[in-house]
Design a protein around this ligand. Structure first.
Ligand SMILES: [Zn+2]
Length: 141
């Protein structure tokens, strides 16, 4: 990985637990949840994972995903800024009902909301800010 890509990677932190971001290990990648991403939170890539196109000049974070929970829901927030090197801004929030152990309830259909904007700067938010913003944004849907 080149120097610029390393600097970008080292500047990233998980917005949920503030851990570093590193390659997602093969065991986690076997879990199909992460198949579109190559880097993620070292504690748990479910917190924050990205598709980092580090071999291009300049390197680009093409996609970021954060999964957060409140008492009732899982919010799967997926943000695109590039697709295969080309600018493509899109955010989606997928809301799934969960049980007390944060297991997604399969019998209730998730709802997906799409936005043609970048909803978050994940560098400047934490878990509470993310959940508050998601709730605010979804009121208007
Ligand atoms: Zn984390």
């Amino acid at each position: 990985m080149n120097k610029e890509a390393k600097l970008i990677l080292n500047s990233l932190r998980c917005p949920l637990c503030n851990s570093q971001i590193d390659l997602i290990d093969w065991f986690s990648l076997l879990n199909k949840k992460y198949k579109e991403h190559n880097f993620g939170c070292v504690v748990n890539p479910e917190h924050y994972s990205i598709y980092f196109n580090h071999w291009e000049d300049p390197p680009k974070i093409e996609n970021e995903r954060v999964i957060v929970y409140d008492e009732l829901n899982q919010y799967n927030i997926d943000q695109n800024t590039f697709i295969i090197g080309h600018p493509w801004i899109k955010s989606t929030i997928k809301v799934s009902k969960v049980d007390k152990e944060n297991r997604v309830l399969d019998n209730i259909k998730p709802k997906t909301y799409t936005f043609e904007i970048q909803l978050f700067d994940f560098k400047s938010v934490n878990r509470n800010k993310i959940i508050n913003k998601v709730k605010t944004v979804l009121i208007f849907q």
